[in-house]
Design a binder for this molecule. Sequence first.
Ligand code: SF4
Length: 323
Amino acid sequence: MVTGIGLMSGGLDSMLAARLLMDQGIDVVGISFTTPFFGSANAEKAAGKIGFRLLIRDITGIHLEVVKNPASGYGANMNPCIDCHTLMLTEAGKIMEREGWDFIFTGEVLNQRPMSQTRAALNRVANLSGYRGLILRPLSALRLAETIPEQGGKVDRQRLLDIQGRSRKPQMGLAEKYGIRDYPSPAGGCLLTDQSFSARLRDLFENGPEEGIPALEMLRIGRHFRLHPAVKVIVGRNHDENCRLMELKGEKDVIFRTVEIPGPVALLAGEPSEADVQLAASLCARYCKAAGEPVRVSLEGRGRSGEVEAAPISEEEIAPLRV
Ligand code: SF4
């Protein structure tokens, strides 16, 4: 049996690519890569809807190196799409070789995205991955060079498509034909393309002593304030975020909570001075239910526990600290 392994975002295009190949009797295996920046939820739903096997691989370590030092640079935000995509194709290719499968496929559409899906960009990632010739893009195949599985008769080129450009109409027509509904919007799901998340990540890379996966996970939640290059405060915005901060806190972090007055959890990370401790307490006080009055704030961590009195920090003071 012919088997293709497909990069699976779980978006409509990757679903359609899988379905087109399945229509030819090809055994399709999807692969979804996970990191703190994107997960496999959409791919899992897609696998259930279309009916293919799905592999899930955590590539946080190697992916983070790419995000920190992208050889081909970033997109509009902290998204190193060319290098990220190359990495995914390379990892999928290794699995293909190990399992003795026949080719890799993606749901990419020629010229759908201005930077990452031009002919040059598609060829570039294929070359960089080392698997050019074995990477099939079923939705645009008729506009691209014939691949090895097509040349060898493993894939019937005549049953592939010639979609190109930014219009989504052909894909929506196909979705209708296949009865695919409720698919996620294109380009969703990767935090590296989000402007405010990218600002926090850039700040972490440039200033943060905070390390490890919890520091990355914390970028998704709360209000972030950089007091100094070595000191940061994160304030939860709701009950769930307060709980998550407590789960993610490290041994060296200090936790602040208002006493007797409902308020947020504030987490102080880094190497704080006494003035930083007081400032963190003022940030915590700023978001509690007291109307601008000084409040008592408990603190715990770094071998100390106790209470301080803190007046809420003013808007003027807070503005330059926001990340
Ligand atoms: S959008 Fe995110 S997951 Fe997709 S290629 Fe770019 S960096 Fe990678």
